[in-house]
Design a binder for this molecule. Structure first.
Ligand code: ZN
Length: 156
């Protein structure tokens, strides 16, 4: 496994629509492993392939009960509402208030291309919405109410 460079806001790759993954390959498996390692190294909850410069529909998430590796994820049901601070590894040191569904059901394919389903509430629901939006070229900052604020990094 290897760490990948996280692309930052302003990099045009973050505003592009990603392509579906038609079949599993060793390159995609390696990408998924690298993305997980990169996400954990950066203390993130999720990471989408465009954030490491790859325009494919692949996200990794660990909201505490993961990791989830989701190929071609698609949100199929949402309900409720939650409002809270959200951040992004592509917008380091910042957070902003975003309203999201409190419950999300998504389907995706695992690394063996088996169709799977995940249901999540609270942080997991928020993370699924956030990461799937990356695949369509959107950043959470577009949805922030009241502007971004600085986050104090507790590790420093
Ligand atoms: Zn993000």
């Amino acid at each position: 496994m290897a760490l990948r460079t996280i692309r930052l806001q302003g990099d045009p790759v973050l505003n592009k629509v990603c392509r579906q993954i038609p079949e599993m390959t060793s390159r995609i498996r390696t990408l998924a492993e690298d993305m997980l390692e990169t996400m954990y190294e950066a203390n993130g909850v999720g990471l989408a392939a465009p954030q490491v410069g790859i325009l494919k529909r692949l996200v990794v998430i660990d909201a505490g009960d993961g990791p989830y590796i989701m190929v071609n994820p698609e949100i199929i049901e949402t309900s409720g509402e939650q409002t809270g601070d959200e951040g992004c590894l592509s917008v380091p040191g910042k957070a902003g208030e975003v309203t999201r569904p409190n419950y999300v059901k998504a389907k995706y394919y695992d690394l063996d291309m088996n169709e799977c389903e995940v249901t999540g509430e609270e942080l997991l629901a928020r993370a699924i919405c956030h990461e799937v939006e990356h695949l369509d070229g959107h950043l959470y900052v577009e949805k922030v109410k009241g502007g971004l604020h600085d986050v104090v990094n507790e590790d420093e």
